[in-house]
Design a binder for this molecule. Structure first.
Ligand code: KMH
Ligand code: ZN
Length: 441
């Protein structure tokens, strides 16, 4: 829900002009922000709530009667009763009437009705503020009236419907993490092991909407391996069944030496993971020293693969940016925020908002979240314009106590959610373009 955005666009009329020269007063803009805050509260809590305080208000450019103003609000934090928001108002059309637009370039004698669509909208005001909805007035999400709910799965607690005007454009890349390294058959009977089982599962996931297969491989007895031969065998089996991008792991299993982890790179995959730092991984330590990260990055590059930058902590994002600055990895970058490993960064909405704020604007990013966090955090990522990874590696349940019968049902649910917010799952060809595989973006 953090990251939810709403918008208003309206024309300032002569009635809105308060000062000489048709100037609109700042209070009018704050009125728009108040209405936006109210809409966010209704969508979140089913109640109009109250505006408690503005922390900042900046009026940055004048607004005149005849201007069209677009105002947006974004939910930035949720407390027990408090809801913090960020606001922005931009002028998108400017009236040209002499003396009103304030422009010195107005042609003399321009018609009183002349107006321009601005090539670059002008930010006229920004603000941050806090609203409250008393606990007894907060209604549960399932009681909320969500107009315009498209056909598809019923809304979950996090499936706030984005109004059509605010839908994020662009396809979602769905990655299926179908095998994992640490998962065992004793945890779920649906874990694929043999090349045929893995290839069948990859094809089912492709059918369900996945375009990338994040791949670990096992020996027939289920032991994790980074053997190049086994990867070659499994990749060939997948290739026979579907056209997904195959993204081998270079993380392997906890405790594997780096040289062994690099095994699948000899298959010259289109993508490969690059783990960007060390973390506590449950009771183990997943070690990625800075020299080893650079060695693996160089190997990935010389294999011709696009690295997916696995970030389990805030500092890992900084490390990835440093790798780019050093030229060890090529831009544009593709980040994967892995949230909810015990001992690393938690799977929380505010964490994701912060991580997203760190990535460069030309980068792509996705979320992998563990266990019960998989669905809400990947759905949030999709709402925020990111991509999503689901699958048994991160989560073996479809709902509490109900096993996912393979990764495909998890992919199908993510694909349905993507469509419900107006984003189509990318096919592999489109995903290759979005990920700059082959240098195309
Ligand atoms: N098995 C984890 C220790 C990756 O695939 O690159 C590492 C991992 C990350 O799964
Ligand atoms: Zn993995």
């Amino acid at each position: 829900m953090i990251g939810m955005r709403v918008a208003l666009r309206l024309r300032m009329s002569a009635c809105d002009a308060h000062y000489s020269g048709g100037l609109v007063d700042g209070a009018r803009i704050l009125g728009l922000f108040g209405d936006l805050a109210t809409e966010l509260l209704i969508r979140l809590d089913g109640d109009e709530g109250l505006f408690r305080a503005y922390e900042t208000v900046d009026f940055l450019a004048p607004v005149f009667a005849g201007d069209f103003v677009e105002a947006t609000a974004e939910l930035t934090a949720i407390g027990r009763t408090s809801r913090r928001m960020r606001f922005e108002a931009r002028k998108v059309i400017s009236n040209r009437r002499a003396g009103w637009s304030g422009s010195e370039t107005d042609p003399p004698g321009a018609a009183a009705s002349a107006a321009d669509v601005l090539e670059e909208p002008i930010v006229v005001a920004t603000a941050t503020g806090t609203c409250v909805v008393p606990a007894p007035l907060q209604r549960k999400p399932r009681e909320l009236y969500l107009p315009g709910l498209p056909a598809g799965p019923p809304p979950t607690a996090t499936a706030i419907v984005t109004p059509p005007s605010m839908r994020t454009e662009g396809e979602v890349i769905l990655t299926a993490a179908i095998v994992g390294a640490e998962l065992t058959r004793s945890q779920t009977p649906y874990l694929p092991l043999t090349p045929e089982q893995v290839a069948d599962e990859a094809a089912r996931c492709r059918q369900a909407g996945a375009s990338v297969i994040h791949l670990h491989v096992r020996t027939d007895d289920g032991t994790n391996t980074q053997s190049a031969e086994r990867f070659a065998q499994v990749i060939e089996a997948i290739r026979h069944k579907c056209d997904c991008i195959i993204q081998p792991s270079t993380g392997g299993a906890v405790g594997m030496p780096i040289e062994e982890r690099a095994g699948p790179l000899s298959c010259r995959p289109e993508m490969a993971t690059l783990n960007c730092g060390t973390i506590n991984f449950g009771d183990d330590v997943f070690v990625n020293s800075r020299p080893d990260i650079r060695r693996l990055a160089a190997r990935i590059r010389s294999a011709g693969a696009v690295p997916e930058l696995e970030c389990y902590e805030v500092g890992h994002v900084e490390e990835a940016l440093t790798l780019a600055a050093e030229g060890v990895v090529a831009t544009p970058l593709h980040f994967q925020f892995v949230l909810g490993i015990k001992g690393a960064i938690p799977a929380r909405e505010d964490v994701l908002v912060f991580l997203r704020s760190l990535v460069p604007s030309d980068a792509t990013w996705g979320v992998a979240a563990l266990g019960r966090h998989q669905q809400p955090l990947t759905e949030m990522a999709m709402r925020l314009g990111g991509h999503a990874r689901v699958g048994l590696e991160d989560n073996i349940y479809l709902s509490k106590g109900v096993f996912a019968e393979g990764s495909a049902p998890l992919v199908a649910r993510a694909a349905a959610y993507a469509r419900s917010i107006g984003r189509e799952p990318a096919d592999p060809a489109r995903a290759r373009t979005l990920l700059a595989i082959g240098g195309s973006r």
